[in-house]
Design a binder for this molecule. Structure first.
Ligand SMILES: [Fe+2]
Length: 304
């Protein structure tokens, strides 16, 4: 089956200013995307600082983003999550409480909430309808950042709810592709699927050659410095997992073989419980304190 066509015409004459913030503990890159023709901006995939060993949370990374926006007098219109991250906790509610803006994610978040609501035995108090977010994007949906029209594109596979965001000539790819020498994101989380990911990547790569692509993660493979920006043309030519016309079956075998060797991300258990709540912590208990659960054997991979 071929990938779905792109349901809008990309406008490469719009060139947003992109400011990247690298979070070293989780190898995540967060972005401010700024309209060159107004003061409006969006923040994509922000990170809360979390020290699992002590249970301490803090916001140094988010404060850097807030400081940059305040210092330039910009207006935050959107906080975008490309998906429910399993490797870091979102700082979107904290940034929103300081700067305003609407929080958006893909509408298939409901599937993710249902899956992890069960794994963490959340009960009926935890809504699984995406109502914790301000906007649930469907495939092809558009939204405004000042004078720029942004589009969400449904690109599942890494999780069932991934959206990439196309804003002028810039594409925020979330966890679909990594830099060309990093390949692609894993597809073995609950609801992930390598074949689906391949089709989503082909859809992404059907965008125009010159588009700038911004990664959500980089791990500096083979000792190189951290990088986060590439192009469609570079990915199509050089990506080690999907470049050079790799077939769907070749990709699925490679991805599934590789995923079997990967351990779970260090912060997956706290990340899921917070990110499925749009970055909010679980409700406080009757002593006023807040807790996260550890589901014993709840996230182990099926034995083959
Ligand atoms: Fe991810």
């Amino acid at each position: 089956m071929a990938h779905q066509p792109i349901p809008f015409t990309p406008n490469l004459s719009v060139k947003p200013d992109v400011v990247a913030f690298f979070d070293q503990p989780t190898n995540t890159i967060s972005y401010i995307v700024k309209d060159p023709n107004s003061l409006s901006c969006a923040v994509i995939d922000s990170v809360m600082d979390f020290d699992y060993a002590s249970g301490a949370i803090s916001y140094e990374g988010a404060d850097r983003i807030i400081g940059h926006i305040e210092q330039h007098g910009w207006t935050l219109e959107w906080l975008i999550e490309t998906h429910v991250h399993a490797d870091h906790l979102s700082a979107a509610p904290y940034i929103q409480s300081r700067l305003g803006g609407k929080l958006g994610i893909g509408d298939q978040i409901c599937v993710v909430q249902d899956t992890f609501g069960k794994i963490f035995n959340e009960g009926t108090a935890f809504q699984r309808d995406g109502s914790q977010f301000d906007r649930l994007f469907r495939d092809g949906d558009s939204y405004q950042i000042g004078t720029m029209t942004a589009h969400a594109l449904f690109t599942p596979g890494h999780t069932p709810a991934d959206m990439i965001h196309v804003i002028g000539d810039a594409v925020f790819v979330g966890d679909t592709l990594f830099m060309p020498d990093g390949g692609s994101a894993r597809a073995d989380f609950p609801g992930g699927d390598a074949r689906t990911l391949y089709r989503s990547i082909q859809r992404l790569l059907s965008l125009p050659d010159a588009m700038r692509l911004f990664m959500c993660h980089d791990y500096g493979p083979n000792g190189r410095d951290i990088q986060w920006e590439t192009t469609i043309a570079e990915q199509r030519e050089h990506n080690i997992h999907v470049g050079h016309g790799t077939t769907e079956d070749e990709f699925v075998k490679m991805r599934e073989d590789r995923d079997r060797t990967l351990s779970m991300p260090k912060l997956i258990i706290p990340s899921l419980q917070v990110n499925m709540r749009a970055g909010q912590l679980p409700p406080a208990e009757d002593n006023g304190a807040t807790y996260l659960k550890v589901p014993i054997n709840g996230l182990t991979k099926p034995k083959e």
